[in-house]
Design a protein around this ligand. Structure first.
Ligand code: ADP
Ligand code: MG
Length: 478
C-alpha cells in the first residue's frame, strides 16, 4: 500500500515505514463508515489524509478549513477514541488543513469494505482455519450497533415483520418461526431487523449467532474449497445456534453455493437451530433458486416488509430528527416524506445531510434551505405532477377522503381542500379549466375559476393558509 509520494516530508516517510498505521487507519475508516453510514462517510470522511505523527500526536489533513472544522466538531472525539484504541500510545488527533505537497487521502473507502470475493480481503484470507469461537465473535463485530429494535420505527408496512423478528429474538427456534424469511424491497429495513435480532440475542447471552450476507457465505465457501477446508467450514456454520443470511437472492445462479447452503440449512434446522433469511422477493418468487430450497424456505414464517406509507415515513423522520438533536420543523419533515418515497435509506440520507448542514452553519432548518441543500436528491425524485396526484396529496394533507375531490359535498372542511387542489392543478399542470373541472366530478370550468380566485384571495389574507398551500405546491412541484 502506498501512502504518498512526498519524499521531502521526513515525518511522513517515517509513517510510510510503518504500514501498521495505514492499516490502523483503514480499520478506523471501516468502523466510522459503519457508524455514520455511507452518505455521511462519503461526504465528509473520505477526504481525510494521514499526516505526520509526532510523539503521542497524529495529524490528519483535510483539504479545506471548512472540512477541517466540520470533521473536528462532528467526529473529533470519535477519531481520538478510535486512534487511541488502535494505537494506545497516541493520545491526540490533530486536524489540520493540508498544504500543497501534503499527502493525498488514501482511498480507503473501498479498501475498508472489500468486495466479497476479493482475495485480498484480510479477514477472509483463510476463514476455514479460524477456530469456531472466532466465527462467533466475527458476527458480533459485524453487527451494526445502530440497528436495534429500539431504533426501528414500527408502522403498518413493517409491523408483522417486526413482530416476527422480536419473537425470534426472544425465543429462537419456536415452532412455526423457523426459518424466519424476511422479504421486501431495497432499503426497507431487512438488514436492520436481522441485526436487531442478532444484537438482542447476543445481549441475552448464551446463544451463538452467525450473521452474513449470502455473498459472504459464498465467498467463504469458495475460500474453504480452495484451501481444502470445507469440512471445517461446515462444522463452523453448523455449530451456531442462530444462522442469519442476508440477501439470499444473491445465490440465484450460484448452484454449488446454493447446494451447500441447503445442506447447512437442513443440518441446522434438524438440530433445532434457528435460521433467519432475507431476500428481495418471497420464496415462491425467487425463481432462480432450487425448488427444494424454496420449499424449505417457505416452511416457517414468511414476513413481507411493504413499501413505506406517508405516516411511517413521517414517524421515521421524527425519530431520526429527534435523535440528532437538531430541530427540524414538521413542515420540512412532511415535505421530505412526500418527496422521497422510494425507501428509508434515501429518506435517512436526505435527513442526515440536512442535519449536517444545520450543524455546520448553525442555521435553522427551513423549507428553503431544505430545497437548496437537497437539490440533487430532490431533482432525482422529481417527475411531472398529475391532477390525480394533486388530489391524493391534498386529500391526505387535509385529511379528507379522496372521493370527496369529486363528490358533491359542500361542507367547508371538504370544499376548501378541493378548491386548493383545483388551484394547484391550475398552477402545476398545463390542463385547461374545463379539463380540470372534469377531473373534479365533472364540475363546470367556472367553478374551477372561482376556486382559483378564492384560494388566491385567501392566501393573501391568511398567512398560515398561504404557507400550507405553498407547502403543498413545493411538495408537488416538478
Ligand atoms: P434493506 O436491508 O431492506 O435494504 P436496511 O435494513 O439496510 O434495508 O435499511 C436501510 C436504512 O434504513 C438503514 O439505515 C435502516 O436503519 C433504515 N431503516 C429502515 N427501516 C427503518 C425503520 N422502520 N425504522 C428506522 N430505520 C429504518
Ligand atoms: Mg439489506
Amino acid at each position: 500500500m502506498t501512502i504518498g509520494v512526498d519524499d521531502d516530508e521526513s515525518a511522513f516517510s517515517r509513517l510510510e515505514d510503518n504500514k501498521g498505521l495505514a492499516e490502523s487507519w483503514l480499520r478506523i475508516c471501516g468502523r466510522l463508515k459503519g457508524e455514520v453510514g455511507e452518505v455521511e462517510y462519503r461526504t465528509w470522511l473520505t477526504q481525510i489524509a494521514l499526516g505526520p505523527i509526532d510523539g503521542d500526536e497524529i495529524t490528519l489533513l483535510l483539504p479545506t478549513r471548512f472540512l477541517r472544522d466540520w470533521v473536528r466538531s462532528q467526529y473529533g472525539d470519535r477519531l481520538n477514541e478510535l486512534w487511541h484504541n488502535e494505537v494506545p500510545a497516541l493520545r491526540r488527533v490533530e486536524l489540520q488543513v493540508a498544504r500543497p505537497g501534503d499527502p493525498a487521502p488514501l482511498q480507503l473507502a473501498e479498501a475498508a469494505t472489500p468486495p466479497a470475493g476479493s482475495p485480498s480481503a484480510p479477514e477472509e484470507q483463510n476463514p476455514a482455519t479460524k477456530p469456531v469461537a472466532e466465527v462467533r465473535s466475527d458476527l458480533v463485530t459485524a453487527l451494526d450497533s445502530r440497528f436495534t429494535f429500539d431504533t426501528f420505527v414500527v408502522g403498518k408496512p413493517n409491523e408483522f415483520a417486526y413482530a416476527c423478528a422480536r419473537r425470534v429474538a426472544e425465543k429462537p427456534s419456536s415452532v412455526g418461526f423457523n426459518p424466519l424469511f424476511l422479504y421486501g424491497g431495497v432499503g426497507l429495513g431487512k438488514t436492520h431487523l436481522m441485526h436487531a435480532i442478532g444484537a438482542e440475542l447476543v445481549r441475552s447471552g448464551n446463544v451463538s449467532v452467525a450473521y452474513m450476507s449470502a455473498e459472504k457465505f459464498m465467498y467463504r465457501f469458495i475460500a474453504a474449497i480452495r484451501s481444502q477446508s470445507t469440512i471445517e467450514f461446515k462444522e463452523q456454520l453448523r455449530s451456531v445456534d442462530v444462522l442469519m443470511i442476508d440477501d439470499l437472492q444473491f445465490l440465484i445462479g450460484k448452484d454449488n453455493t446454493q447446494e451447500e447452503f441447503f445442506h447447512t440449512f437442513n443440518a441446522l434446522v434438524d438440530a433445532g437451530r434457528q435460521i433467519v433469511v432475507s431476500a428481495d422477493k418471497s420464496p415462491s418468487d425467487l425463481s432462480g433458486l432450487e425448488d427444494r430450497l424454496r420449499t424449505r424456505l417457505g416452511c416457517g414464517m414468511v414476513a413481507d416488509i411493504h413499501a413505506t406509507t406517508f405516516e411511517l415515513r413521517i414517524s421515521i423522520l421524527e425519530a431520526k430528527a429527534a435523535a440528532s438533536g437538531v430541530v427540524v420543523p414538521a413542515k420540512v419533515l412532511e415535505f421530505l416524506a412526500h418527496k422521497i418515497t422510494s425507501n428509508v435509506r434515501e429518506l435517512e440520507g436526505a435527513l442526515n445531510r440536512l442535519i449536517a448542514h444545520a450543524n455546520l452553519f448553525g442555521r435553522p432548518v427551513t423549507l428553503e434551505a431544505t430545497q437548496d441543500v437537497l437539490h440533487d436528491i430532490l431533482k432525482a425524485h422529481d417527475r411531472r405532477v398529475t391532477i390525480e396526484e394533486i388530489q391524493k396529496k391534498v386529500a391526505e394533507h387535509w385529511n379528507i377522503r379522496l372521493t370527496d375531490m369529486s363528490s358533491a359535498r359542500r361542507a367547508r372542511n371538504v370544499a376548501r381542500p378541493r378548491q386548493v387542489a383545483m388551484y394547484l392543478a391550475k398552477q402545476l399542470t398545463s390542463r385547461s379549466l374545463p379539463e380540470i373541472g372534469r377531473k373534479f366530478g365533472n364540475r363546470d370550468h367556472t367553478t374551477v375559476m372561482h376556486a382559483v380566485n378564492r384560494v388566491t384571495e385567501l392566501m393573501e389574507r391568511d398567512a398560515a393558509f398561504a404557507e400550507d398551500v405553498e407547502l403543498m405546491r413545493r411538495m408537488l412541484e416538478s
